[in-house]
Design a protein around this ligand. Sequence first.
Ligand SMILES: C[S@@+](CC[C@H](N)C(=O)[O-])C[C@H]1O[C@@H](n2cnc3c(N)ncnc32)[C@H](O)[C@@H]1O
Length: 368
Amino acid sequence: MAAEQHLVPFLPHCHQHLISAILAMEPSHCLISHAKECGRGSITEQVQNFLWDHCFSKHVDFYAPYLKSFLKKLITEIELDHGYVLDQLYELYAQYMTSFKDGSLGKRDARICKRISFLFPDGCSENRSCSDSRVLVFPLQCSLNMLEGDTGCSIWPSSLFLSELILSHPELFSNKSCFEIGSGVGLVGLCLAHVKASKVILSDGDLSTLANMKLNLELNNLNVETDMPQGNQDSSMVKCMHLPWESASESELQDIMPDIVLGADVIYDPLCLPHLVRLLTILLNRMEPHNGPSLNGLAKEAPVAYIACVIRNIETFNFFLSLGDQAKLDIVDLTDSLKPVKLIRYMQSYNEADVRLLRITCTRTITG
Ligand SMILES: C[S@@+](CC[C@H](N)C(=O)[O-])C[C@H]1O[C@@H](n2cnc3c(N)ncnc32)[C@H](O)[C@@H]1O
């Protein structure tokens, strides 16, 4: 197994959610809501002791300015509720006050490590009443600065969606050659490697994003390969490619020959969309007879793309659809028919309902 996997000793459901939310660096108000749920409406001394044992006393493992802002909100909430605040929480806050100035959280070049936990219910898929019995945690270095040039070093909602999809429907991706465009921090690739895709190739057009992605793969014990050799595949090997959609050559794309193309939150810049559609058309239009016999005599399935997106601008989205139509891509909205199991319920900042899932195939087949 390539990715870091923690089997956390059994914790009550809401406590597991609270810890997972802290590890993922959810906003403070979400943590407060989880803490209140643990204390059935208030942040009891028992909940504070739990937080002390699992979070604050281990503050070396966390990003201190983040803990400081959570601690401040926690104390304020307990006081507003006329509750008792543990002495050690006050003492730690006083230490933070002298060590960290407010504003250090927003540093432009700051990198932080978020740990994204996927909580698998015990053999009961979507049943809410089940306890979470297996936890898969991926540490990911991210940027604190989502927009200013660090777009690809943040975790976007569509990659959380695709990750849940891969982990809850492994049969769709296992033993398949998978290629991702605009891979960002690399979370989707980690999930593909986890479910044993036969080949995982990640790509991005931004070099600093690519460097951060490689670091994340290594952080999760995967071997990174930067060129594209053929031959024996090591299952813990993930390839990373610098692939700007504008300059990707047809032969370079044809060499990839994936069974599945993935993309999360890649439909947002109208200027890039013609290049994105060109790339999808080449990747999905193999130079071989679709459904013809392959080497082992079995029918080879046509490649398919799963693109997850949040529609922020309907005109941009419609532009993508019209370009796809012109290129004879068959774009089907699967949002209501292929749903992932909810493995990150604790992440209140993530709204799965915002994400649309598109399945794209090419209707125009070139026979070689
Ligand atoms: C909004 S981010 C999404 C990142 C990641 N897929 C996620 O969902 O967390 C878009 C990603 O696409 C990459 N990208 C944008 N335009 C691109 C282009 N023209 N060529 C290649 N990559 C591009 C960006 O560098 C960035 O990593």
